[in-house]
Design a protein around this ligand. Structure first.
Ligand code: FES
Length: 152
């Protein structure tokens, strides 16, 4: 794991300190550290000369800005209307049963975290989910479980 202050310096060096650089910096720091926390957000606010409230507001707006340590693989099932209507609840149940955890939890071995996300842009092929950066579409409960088993 990166030393936070080095990480923030690296992010600022790469993206700059203007207000419009905040989102790419948050994404970069989240990707490198695997999650954000208050300490990191505070450092970003200082490095960019922005208020902590501003930085926290942007970070908390996006569901991909994880604010706690997560598992090695992150499953995000789309919870938005189209996927909801196409059966995302059945997908969630099947994944909960397969992993023996509830939505929002991480498996005891740290291999998977199971989350919901807002629309991921695959509404026409819902229900959809991500495992890390990979998209899985037109899911059935069985197809979702098979996708997860690839990561076991
Ligand atoms: S509503 Fe699920 S991908 Fe858009």
């Amino acid at each position: 794991m990166y030393e936070p202050s080095n990480l923030i310096q690296e992010a600022v060096r790469q993206y700059g300190t203007k207000r419009e650089h905040l989102l790419p910096i948050l994404q970069y720091v989240r990707r490198k550290n695997r999650f954000l926390n208050e300490e990191l957000l505070e450092e970003i606010s200082k490095a960019m000369d922005l208020s902590a409230a501003d930085v926290y507001g942007v970070a908390s707006f996006y569901s991909f800005m994880d604010m706690r340590p997560l598992g090695h693989n992150i499953i995000r099932v789309c919870k938005t209307i189209t996927c909801y209507m196409k059966g995302k609840d059945d997908i969630i149940k099947a994944i909960e049963q397969r992993l023996r955890i509830k939505l929002g939890d991480t498996t005891p071995d740290g291999r998977f975290s199971f989350l919901e996300a807002n629309c991921i842009g695959w509404c026409h092929k819902g229900p959809a989910m991500l495992i890390n950066d990979r998209v899985f579409t037109e899911l059935s409960p069985e197809k979702a479980v098979m996708a997860i088993e690839e990561y076991m």
